[in-house]
Design a protein around this ligand. Structure first.
Ligand code: ADP
Ligand code: TRP
Length: 324
């Protein structure tokens, strides 16, 4: 099976991103044919600083490589370096009804958020996304819930193209990760998310001192028993889930281990477990930061591999649409 997913070059990765999504991707690489890319073209549709874009792309590449994307197993590249993405977008725009694009929740939200800059790219964002997927005839797309509507539109676009020009594309399906949902450290009723406050996030590359500080001051509940109860003890329950996922121990096992201990002892132990768990990520990142030429080479080779697949699809598309 061929799998594809895009990553926006914005923001730092937190343990919610890792435990909820990236970890599954790194496991998929061992079983399936995976393609991952940095969606720099998509990031142009909202206000950004051009001078910072190259650096953000590099940082995203480093972060995902350090988090476990393995260029010897997956194809990893930058979207704008494979021109066929934009070429196919135009063709797909011509089979996609405007009404479908106007219905997209993300378009409506972004149009509200950026009232002064409702550009056409914001509207056709999903056709570029459909092109990203269909260009490689990918069948499965690991994404978060917020992107499912876009994958459904990509299915619809594939269907319309196939109807009009003959069977060309498989209809891609979203692959929702089964990872746990990690809650904010400062408000355990909210999802850990960079958009709802970086204070609540434990970042993948946080230094040991920061990890200890964030865990020790994580919001917990009244009471003193270390016990799982999502309803009455959301704070402790969230920390128990994190502890369980990084240690491989069951929540019940951890409850037993901390039976006669208080929250502070539990948090200290979790903080040390996290410091150790995240150490290889920090080390890998440190190593990659000093090897920019190596990263450029990975991305260049990834783009070459992607391009050869993309060119072959475009030949077929050009021929079927009468452009060749
Ligand atoms: P954020 O909310 O920090 O902006 P994104 O929306 O960019 O994160 O999500 C990227 C990926 O990480 C998605 O697949 C999403 O499902 C996953 N993810 C994000 N936050 C969490 C979380 N708190 N728990 C589990 N998975 C998460
Ligand atoms: N829109 C996706 C997001 O914001 C990123 C993305 C771009 C993508 N192209 C894609 C994801 C193709 C999956 C497949 O997260």
């Amino acid at each position: 099976m061929r799998i594809i997913s895009g990553i926006q070059p914005t923001g730092q990765l937190h343990i919610g991103n890792y435990l909820g999504a990236i970890k599954q991707w790194t496991e998929l690489q061992n079983k399936e044919e995976c393609i991952f890319f940095i969606a720099d073209l998509h990031s142009l549709t909202v206000p950004y600083e051009p001078k910072e874009l190259q650096n953000n792309i590099l940082e995203a590449a480093i972060a995902y490589l350090a988090a476990g994307i393995d260029p010897s197993k997956s194809i990893f590249f930058v979207q704008s370096k494979v021109k066929e993405h934009t070429e196919l977008t135009w063709i797909l725009n011509s089979v996609c009804p405007v009404g479908d694009l106007e219905r997209m929740i993300q378009f409506k939200e972004k149009a509200k958020q950026f009232k002064k800059n409702i550009n056409a790219g914001l509207l056709t964002y999903p056709t570029l996304m459909a092109a990203d997927i269909l260009l490689y005839k990918a069948e499965s797309v690991p994404v978060g819930k917020d992107q499912v509507q876009h994958i459904e539109l990509a299915r619809e676009i594939a269907r319309r193209f196939n109807q009009r020009y003959g069977k060309t594309f498989p209809e891609p399906k979203p692959l929702l990760s089964e990872g746990a949902k990690i809650m904010s450290l400062t408000d355990p009723k909210k999802k850990m998310s960079k958009s709802s406050g970086p204070e609540g996030c434990l970042f993948l590359f946080d230094e040991p001192e920061t990890i200890r500080k964030k865990i020790m001051s994580a919001v917990t509940d009244t009471g003193k028993e270390v016990k799982f109860s999502a309803r009455t003890k959301p704070g402790i329950s969230n920390l128990l889930i994190v502890y369980s996922l990084i240690s491989g121990k069951k929540v019940k096992e951890l409850e037993g281990e901390f039976k006669n201990k208080n929250y502070s002892e539990f948090k200290k132990s979790l903080a040390e477990a996290l410091v150790n768990f995240l150490e290889p990520f920090r080390n890998k990142k440190r190593e990659l930061v000093s090897r920019k030429i190596y990263i450029d080479e990975i991305l260049r080779m990834g783009a070459n591999k992607a391009r050869s697949l993309a060119e072959s699809t475009m030949q077929e598309v050009s021929s079927k649409t009468g452009l060749m």
